[in-house]
Write a protein that binds this ligand. Structure first.
Ligand SMILES: [Zn+2]
Ligand SMILES: [Zn+2]
Length: 423
């Protein structure tokens, strides 16, 4: 079959594009079965059916086209757009992930030199930017599941590759969340397994630094995950209550305001211990934002406290349940609320009182908020620049590994119920 030429479409191929615009996936499947359809045909602008489906946000059609051999890296578009760029522009994280899993290259640029991540950022599709910036291919990890050179055993037992890859792909860097991801997989809750995993993470970190187009953002992520895994290892060896004790330590807030000091110190230490010191990140640590927000902004390009409520326990985005007493903290699940209660109960009452005071004093609160947001914006812009240098990228994490069953009792010692918030 000849190379597709722009605009040289058969009637059936034109129908394909129409069905992508306004039809359903069954119709598309029927058309693709026809011999007259070249899956990588180009319309007059150099767009393939896959580009059209990605731009229209049709995940099931994208999947079908990929199964039929659509070229995810076709770059014949008149302005050099790729299917990944269209996916990012559409704002659909599932399609963006699908393109990456299918081998989409993240460093291809359009005719004005912009990558897919930069284009998505330009139109405000920040979730897609995060997905692209965090992508790390499973194949790259699986390299370590084969013995290399004179090795008798691989550095990473194949059974650990899946669970470890899931952790690498997480876009929620809250250490509690990462410990939960470890706990979720019995194969990881093991001293020997954790040792192998963190050693591989250290190797990947080194590789990210030494590769030709050094990726310090991804290197930092690998290093950070290695630190959390090493902490899990220490608690497994030294504490009877093991990972539960680690979660509690990470959540325990100081008496005055509930600020989780141990967690803050842990993340600061991780950043400081980064062997390929990123001076700009360290400077940020001196200032107001928490180490966690600095890290998250550097690694995902997202600010931690805009547009969404974050779970006070695991940091998962979109938490929509509030402590029904103080209404000041949000959770993604009842399990997260239960985990947090031992420390939250110490400040819940004073938060209730603060809430009442603030209502009396609204104008002043508004002023304060504006000042704060300026500072936050400045920090974010600075970190955004750092992120632009990221090249390798990752797919979105699943939800919080929690069941909403097993409600906590409303006894005096248990946490209060949560309520859906409507704001
Ligand atoms: Zn949570
Ligand atoms: Zn409360």
């Amino acid at each position: 079959m000849a190379e597709p030429q722009k605009g040289n479409l058969s009637d059936t191929e034109r129908q394909v594009l129409q069905v992508i615009a306004s039809g359903d996936v069954q119709e598309l499947a029927q058309l693709l079965a026809s011999e007259e359809v070249r899956v990588n045909c180009l319309d007059e602008y150099g767009m393939t059916p896959l580009m059209h489906a990605a731009y229209k946000g049709k995940a099931d059609m994208c999947r079908l086209l990929l199964q039929h051999g659509a070229d995810v890296n076709c770059n014949q578009h008149e302005y050099g757009y790729t299917a990944l760029m269209f996916a990012g522009l559409s704002g659909k994280t599932d399609i963006t992930s699908m393109m990456l899993d299918a081998g989409a290259e993240t460093d291809l640029v359009n005719s004005v030199g912009r990558t897919a991540a930069q284009m998505a950022a330009f139109v405000g599709q920040h979730d897609c930017v995060t997905v692209i910036n965090n992508f790390f291919s499973r194949a790259r990890l699986e390299y370590y599941t084969q013995p290399q050179g004179l090795e008798r055993e691989p550095k990473l037992p194949p059974t650990l590759a899946g669970p470890l890859h899931k952790i690498i792909m997480t876009t929620n860097l809250n250490p509690v969340k990462i410990v939960m991801l470890v706990k979720e997989n019995p194969v990881l809750v093991d001293v020997a397994a954790l040792e192998k995993c963190y050693q591989v993470m250290d190797l990947l970190c080194e590789q990210c630094v030494k590769q030709q187009d050094m990726n310090e953002v991804l290197a930092m992520k690998m290093h950070y995950i290695s630190c959390v895994l090493q902490k899990c290892l220490t608690f497994l060896q030294k504490r009877d209550d093991k990972l539960d004790a680690l979660v509690k330590s990470l959540l325990r807030g100081r008496d005055s305001d509930g600020f989780p000091q141990y967690q803050e110190k842990f993340i600061r230490d991780c950043i400081r211990k980064f062997p390929y010191c990123e001076a700009t990140l360290l400077q940020q640590l001196g200032n107001d934002p928490t180490a966690f927000s600095v890290l998250t902004q550097a690694l995902t390009g997202q600010m931690t406290f805009v547009d969404a409520d974050y779970c006070a326990t695991c940091g998962e985005k979109g938490a929509d349940k509030r402590c029904s007493l103080c209404k000041a903290v949000t959770y993604c699940s009842l399990m997260c609320q239960k985990l947090h209660w031992f420390t939250h109960k110490k400040i819940c009452r004073s938060l209730q009182e603060q809430d009442a005071d603030l209502e009396k004093d609204t104008p002043r609160l508004k002023e304060l908020k504006d000042d704060e947001s300026d500072l936050v914006m400045e920090t974010a812009n600075f970190l955004q620049e750092l992120c632009m240098r990221a090249e390798e990228k990752v797919a979105a994490a699943g939800g919080c590994p929690v069941e909403l069953l097993g409600c906590p009792s409303n006894s005096v010692t248990g946490p209060p119920g949560t309520q859906k918030s409507f704001d």
